[in-house]
Design a protein around this ligand. Structure first.
Ligand code: NDP
Length: 331
């Protein structure tokens, strides 16, 4: 199997030198194990945090450790009951061409016609579920809410915008970093308004897009986006703090938000969360999302980069915003 490991820890933006590629000879399968030829690997922003030697919600990668994370593939050998040759499986063994281990590390998934297997890492998996939990459980979205979502054209954000609409939001506003993404938000994902945060200050553009204020903020970005949201919140506003990608590769402390006092005066609730601690809604999510995909009420995009040798490139491009929707590596 060919695998990609963390070679050194980055300061600021990672570079290809922080990774190393190795080929390993896999041992024969032990009883109860399966071997999987991977078809897609996931690259995710949280992996940047794991490259630091700092405790976060996910443990740091050890130096020399494979870049673990979500992957999907086909079972090519099985010595486990309940997992057969040819089964498609989801697992978290990360950036390698072939994965093997005890059956418990693999979840068999059903192939759905017209939906790529990679969807189990995106619209039917962790990123869309993160959107679902954030809106429904953390921000307690209610019918009639005006919702603002940053990072809106990414995997989590594009799911969040559509879920908010389908769960009764009165108006959904999104921000993203290119005009093409802004057009997609309005034309494909059904956002009522959208803006390019690189065009003008976020606050100015958010005020124009939300003249009646916002009730829910779904934060993927932090920094100036969170500061702007705090300024336009209506009374009893609620925010789900999902991520703050604007600071992941920063070497200096981010400025702001400087208006945290609005939490008090407006009675706001901002609640952070990591999806792994909120498994309870998963059955509801699968039911809702499968029906929405089936009816065409939810659509999704993926940005697919070919080749394990391009996994590092894909990961860096993800953080630069080259992706629309979920970024995946196709082997
Ligand atoms: P995305 O698909 O959204 O990809 C990342 C996007 O971030 C890029 O496409 C880019 O889009 C945007 N971006 C990069 N830098 C900046 C910046 N300085 N300001 C604004 N936007 C920026 O990734 P995911 O959907 O996987 O993740 C989205 C967020 O959700 C991340 O913050 C992630 O850490 C978080 N997350 C949290 C989880 C949790 O449990 N709390 C679980 C999963 C994800 P653009 O062109 O628009 O700039």
């Amino acid at each position: 199997s060919t695998e990609i490991r963390l070679a050194s820890r980055p300061t600021g933006w990672p570079t290809p030198e922080n990774f190393e590629t190795a080929t390993v000879q896999l041992p024969d399968l032990a009883e109860g194990e399966v071997r999987v030829s991977n078809e897609y690997l996931s690259v995710d922003p949280y992996m940047r945090g794991r490259m630091n030697d700092a405790k976060s919600y996910a443990a740091p990668y050890a130096l020399g450790e494979v870049m673990t994370g979500a992957a999907v593939g086909e079972v090519v050998e099985s010595r486990a009951k309940g997992i057969a040759l040819g089964d498609k499986v989801l697992h978290h063994l990360g950036w390698r061409s072939v994965s093997q281990g005890p059956a418990a590390a693999f979840r068999v998934v059903q192939e759905i016609s017209g939906v790529p297997l990679s969807a189990y890492m995106g619209i039917l998996g962790m990123t869309a579920y993160t959107a679902y939990v954030g809106l429904l459980e953390i921000a307690r979205l209610k019918e009639g809410d005006i919702v603002f979502i940053s990072g809106a054209a990414g995997a989590v954000g594009s799911a969040a915008g559509q879920i908010a609409r389908l769960k009764g939001a009165a108006r959904v506003i999104g921000s993203a970093g290119t005009d093409k993404k802004v057009a997609l938000l309005k034309d494909k994902y059904g956002f009522d308004a959208a803006f390019n945060y690189k065009d003008a200050p976020v606050l100015e553009q958010l005020r124009a897009a939300a003249p009646e204020g916002i009730d829910v903020y779904f934060d993927n970005v932090g920094g100036d986006h969170l500061e702007a949201a705090l300024s336009v919140f209506n009374r009893d506003g609620r925010a789900a703090l999902c991520g703050s990608i604007s600071s992941y590769n920063a070497t200096e402390a981010p400025a702001g938000p400087r208006n945290m006092g609005n939490l008090i005066t407006q009675g706001l609730s901002l609640k952070g969360y990591t999806v792994g601690f909120h498994p309870g809604l998963f059955p509801d999510f699968v039911k809702d999302m499968s029906a929405w995909l089936d009816s065409g009420e939810v659509v999704f995009e993926e940005t697919v980069i070919e080749g394990l040798e391009n996994a590092v490139h894909g990961f860096l491009e993800l953080m630069r915003g080259a992706n629309t929707g979920k970024m995946v590596i196709k082997l």
